[in-house]
Design a binder for this molecule. Sequence first.
Ligand SMILES: CC(=O)N[C@@H]([C@@H](O)[C@H](O)[C@H](O)CO)[C@@H](O)CC(=O)C(=O)O
Length: 447
Amino acid sequence: MHRQKQPGGQGERGAAYYERRPSSSPMAFPKKKLRGLVAATITPMTENGEINFSVIGQYVDYLVKEQGVKNIFVNGTTGEGLSLSVSERRQVAEEWVSQGRNKLDQVVIHVGALNLKESQELAQHAAEIGADGIAVIAPFFFKSQNKETGFLCVALAGLGTHSVDQAGLQLRNPPASASQALGLKACATTAQPKTITLIDALISFLREVAAAAPALPFYYYHIPSVTGVKIRAEELLDGIQDKIPTFQGLKFSDTDLLDFGQCVDQNHQRQFALLFGVDEQLLSALIMGATGAVGSTYNYLGKKTNQMLEAFEQKDFASALSYQFCIQRFINYVIKLATTLASNSEIHLPLLPKAGIKGVCATMTKDNQTFYTLMRNRIRPADGGRGFGVSQTKAIMTLVSGIPMGPPRLPLQKASQEFTANAEAKLKSLNFLSFPSLKDGNLEACS
Ligand SMILES: CC(=O)N[C@@H]([C@@H](O)[C@H](O)[C@H](O)CO)[C@@H](O)CC(=O)C(=O)O
């Protein structure tokens, strides 16, 4: 990033030191492609839930010096972007850009929101403060839907082109009487159904946001488990640059490797950055052709994951696999731990002792066992639907980095002390608190 202090910046803080790039100027291609690890940054908070800007400078240094991570993704899922006000999102973006100057390679700001105006405002702001890219999730309250909009009537002599839809009717095969009533006699026989797909509608939204920052690379942030917008990313990619000229890539936070593989397969000219977002499966995605990765664990397992990338690069697949398995052991442990603790603390049933569900089940009737199993499977932390969420990431990062990340915003709940103690013991047993190399004989620690 090449930012200079300049007077007249329009940052939220009225700061005079943000380089301004006119957001209407065309993007200077080719821009340096986003590669390698990208940490999905946490938004540090004080114990009373306010943003703790004071530690962001220290956080940048930690990522660069201790984890070897020089790209960041701000205000995403891990950063609780959707739990912050627009004003807070602007301030957080400014602080990361400012603190990252001359230290970080790329700062991508997630500007997705439930409404277009806010997204556009944030996109424009990201351009003004000199961010390196913007990313957008699919809006998930009013989701776009597949919709047949009616009938395009083609080549109607004497009538021009009309559609039944324009007249407010949505009939699949309009009877002649309907067409006659509309004065569209020829339409009934020449009409073609016109379908606006969910993807078309989503792209229309994304295009409008991208247009608000035409000088910035644009990334689509695909995270269907959280948004519920279950499109196939490969379909979105088809011809995308014709529709969004600033499109530069995809952040793929999903486990569907068929879909991801097909994204890579159609990226013939290798023009897009295809960034994988499921940290525990990164090696599989690298084999498929991922060009980089965005994730929460790179905040504190960046060094370990970089070792995996290096081994992969050198075609030392056995070592790469060992690193991936080590990382999986930790993530798998945390998923199970968080899920079990959530079950124990959220079900207030008289029979539940400290021993946990397993212990209870041994002494239960079959019906009760089934009930507990059902409850256990239903209970998940609110963030992401699985055991690994923002609360856990904040607790682990605090532990590993020593930088206080604070609690998450409501409705998320702070991870319990029990969680933190167990996670710490696991990190120690895996030697993850000192990040040694596998090649130095630490394989045992991971096994
Ligand atoms: C659902 C979720 O939060 N996924 C994480 C992963 O990094 C995830 O924490 C990790 O793979 C552990 O499961 C990222 O994809 C999210 C992310 O990049 C972001 O915070 O924007």
